[in-house]
Write a new protein. Structure first.
Ligand code: DOR
Ligand code: ZN
Length: 370
């Protein structure tokens, strides 16, 4: 069965700054192995992407390494509202960290949020990490400034019902949910262990997870929030929050299809057409994936390309898998091998450049082979 190439509007690659966790090569290889042909990368790198110099640094790293298409977010800082707005055309969007996260980008003062709500162009994607009451405040800002706002990784019943109510009032909000908040809950924490279970937003109660499924019509996008940290880091004191997710997402969604909890059309809406609309992304020409919906297997970290080499879904039984991926007319993935070369991915926020000779394809190594 053939589907359009999937889009993940929320991934964390760690370049610049922490390439032992992930870099543009390993992260985009993981994306292609997961069926994603376009990813939007978050700005909480080291240094964080908050202005011209740091955006250039991230894009210079991405250019020669990315194997799939991409764009880079800017982060909202305490003093960069006008510079970020000036750079908005070259970025995936602006990310507002309004709650506890990984890295230094959290904005606490509402006055600083307002500077960004006022300056960032209404036609460009604005994304907030805002949980619980913070989400209510962010939605009020979207209403006051009469501008679209996309709410990242919604994880609780109260949040999804708040978004339903805001949409019913005509407030221009959209939202995404992660596979880990759909398929895991706080009852999984004992077997994950204290460090490996750390993620923001936290895994919530079974009733929260169930409320996400019951309000699927309110969920515009699925987003992995792929946030790789090594097992040594996850198992040490002060473990950083985050789960890798690019390579487990599609098998989980296909498993839900086999159980009658999702349809293929639900996946395409939330992983292709809605992200295209919300994030102003053109359809990728001659780009598709092929899936085997009948496959039965288990999620295993040993088969993955992400450098962090673990998964919170280890041993999870799945039905369905990716078989092949084609990116702009060239085979990018087949049967466990990433065939798209480093540098084959394009920054979709850059005006097209005429390419010279094509690099020969070099398969990406899996985590276990490095
Ligand atoms: O669990 C998380 N990990 N939540 C975030 O907000 C950031 C992310 C990361 O970058 O590791
Ligand atoms: Zn994130």
């Amino acid at each position: 069965m053939r589907l359009p190439g999937l889009i993940d509007p929320h991934v964390h690659f760690r370049e610049p700054g922490a390439t032992h966790k992930e870099d543009w090569d390993s992260g985009t290889a993981a994306a292609l192995a997961g069926g994603f042909t376009l990813v939007l990368a978050m700005p909480n790198t080291q240094p964080p992407v908050v202005g011209q110099a740091s955006l250039d640094l991230a894009l210079r790293a991405a250019g020669p390494k990315a194997r799939c298409d991409y764009a880079q977010y800017l982060g909202a800082g305490p003093a960069n509202a006008s510079e970020a707005a000036r750079l908005s055309g070259g970025a995936a969007g602006l990310k507002l960290y309004l709650d506890q996260t990984y890295g230094p980008l959290r904005l606490d003062q509402m006055g600083l949020w307002q500077e960004h709500f006022a300056a960032w162009p209404k036609s460009r994607p604005l994304v907030a990490h805002a949980e619980g009451r913070t989400m209510a405040a962010a939605i009020l800002m979207a209403a006051l400034y009469d501008r679209p706002l996309h709410l990242a990784h919604v994880s609780t019943r109260e949040e999804i019902l708040l978004i339903r109510a805001a949409k019913e009032k005509g407030i221009p909000v959209t939202c995404e949910v992660t596979p880990h908040h759909l398929f895991l809950c706080d009852a999984d924490l004992p077997h994950l262990g204290p460090g490996r279970g750390e993620v923001r937003p936290r895994l919530a109660a079974p009733a929260d997870r169930d409320a996400l499924w019951q309000n699927l019509d309110v969920i515009d996008c699925f987003a992995s929030d792929h946030a790789p940290h090594t097992l040594a880091e996850k198992d040490a004191p002060n473990p950083p929050p985050g789960f890798p997710g690019l390579e487990s997402a599609l098998p989980l969604y296909l498993t839900a299809v086999s159980e009658g909890r999702l349809t293929i059309e639900d996946i395409v809406a939330r992983c292709v057409t809605n992200p295209q609309r919300i994030f102003n992304l053109a359809p990728q020409p001659e780009t598709w994936i092929e899936i085997d919906p009948a496959y039965r297997g288990e999620i295993r970290a040993g088969n993955t390309f992400t450098r962090c080499a673990w998964t919170p879904f280890e041993g999870y039984p799945v039905r369905g898998r990716l078989v092949r991926g084609v990116l702009r007319g060239r085979e990018a993935y087949r049967d466990g091998e990433v065939l798209s070369a480093p540098g084959a991915g394009r920054n979709v926020r850059q005006t097209p450049i005429v390419c010279g000779g094509e690099e020969p394809s070099r398969p990406a190594p899996r985590a276990e082979e490095r």
